[in-house]
Design a protein around this ligand. Structure first.
Ligand SMILES: C[S@@+](CC[C@H](N)C(=O)[O-])C[C@H]1O[C@@H](n2cnc3c(N)ncnc32)[C@H](O)[C@@H]1O
Length: 342
């Protein structure tokens, strides 16, 4: 009984936090979220600042600048460094530009994506960087604005693109993928147990026209007992489709490799991920940089000539503290990994 009450209280508080953030993130008549309304609470900010406290002077790359919560704090903490901020979402970049204006020409922002990270650094004249940060996933304004089509709570267009200027939409994935391909997207990106049932239900219900309809189709495809636990039943499906629409894992693999290569000796890289697929990929990429791709049996001296690029500063991922999760439920799934260039 005690547990039930505590759970209910925590759920009510979560709804309240979501409501406040949703109200703060509403757009103006131009269809944009005004910079002052772009509310996103940076996750594990203290841990990011601490992890990047001891870095060489030079350029800091924020590959997911978003509303610039992390970026502004990093600029304040490193007065001799400059920032290269990247985001694929023009709304986020507009908000970041407003928030970072106080740092003048120490900041350069680029509308780009992880896949083009090497190109952006070359064009900015930065062969090497002192640090990088990837704070993955979507920002609160992206999730909360019904028009972006990420939310399973309201009826919005099936869009889900982080960059609405290009690329395929969620509608194309939902209404044109074969059932087997849809099921594999759901399983691969979200470990969805009922991937096949959901995929078949989606195909049978076509055409699906908005996010509320998709959420309904998904929920009814999941057996009733499973619907009662683990949050909204459509949450994993929405996450999986979003990852597919934005090619998130492919982008991350390219971006991470490029960023690690550009780190100067002693430079550090931090990645915050929010689901197991992302974290697995980060761990594999970091491990490969640390071992240099060595394939020799463990506990034997390396005979394959692999050259490590980096050292791991912690073996395990850092998790947010209880206080942070209480005040920002979106931090609850965060995992932070850090590496240092050898
Ligand atoms: C969680 S938010 C970052 C929030 C930011 N750290 C802050 O403090 O406000 C993630 C951001 O990364 C961007 N993003 C995600 N994947 C990207 C990619 N492949 N290339 C560029 N930007 C990306 C999203 O558009 C979003 O604005």
């Amino acid at each position: 009984m005690k547990l039930m009450t505590a759970r209910r209280r925590s759920r009510d508080r979560r709804c309240e936090v979501d409501r406040i953030v949703e109200e703060d993130n509403q757009m103006d008549n131009s269809g944009r979220v005004p910079a002052e309304n772009f509310q996103h609470q940076p996750v594990m900010l203290d841990e990011v600042l601490e992890s990047l406290s001891d870095i060489p002077e030079g350029a800091i790359l924020d590959a997911t600048v978003g509303g610039a919560g992390h970026a502004a704090a990093l600029m304040a903490a490193h007065p001799d460094s400059n920032l290269i901020g990247i985001d694929r979402d023009p709304d986020a970049l507009a908000a970041a530009a407003g928030r970072l204006s106080a740092f003048g020409d120490r900041v350069a922002l680029h509308h780009s994506e992880f896949g083009d990270l090497g190109l952006v650094l070359d064009e900015a004249g930065n062969r090497q960087i002192s640090a990088f940060l990837f704070d993955l996933g979507v920002s609160s304004p992206q999730l909360d604005r019904v028009e972006r089509g990420f939310s399973y709570r309201h009826a919005g267009p099936l869009d889900m693109r982080m960059d609405q200027t290009r690329g395929r939409t969620a509608s194309e994935v939902v209404n044109s993928y074969r059932a087997a391909d849809l099921a594999s997207v759901l399983y691969r990106n979200s470990d969805e147990r009922y991937a096949r049932r959901i995929a078949e239900a989606i195909v049978a219900a076509r055409p699906i026209t908005d996010t509320a309809e998709l959420a309904e189709v998904v929920s009814s495809a999941i057996p009733a007992p499973a619907r009662r636990s683990g949050g909204h039943p459509a949450k994993r499906t929405f996450q999986a489709i979003r990852i597919e629409v934005n090619s998130e894992l492919e982008q991350l693999a390219i971006g991470l490799d490029a960023a690690i290569k550009r780190l100067r000796p002693g430079g550090r890289g931090v990645v915050i991920s929010y689901h197991s697929g992302e974290d697995r990929l980060v761990k594999v990429r970091f491990d490969r940089a640390v071992t240099g791709g060595c394939t020799c049996p463990p506990r034997l001296p390396c005979g394959c000539g692999a050259v490590p690029e980096a050292v791991a500063l912690r073996r395990r991922a850092l998790r947010p503290g209880e206080t942070e999760v209480e005040s920002n439920p979106r931090a609850s799934s965060a995992r932070l990994r850090i590496l240092e260039r050898a």
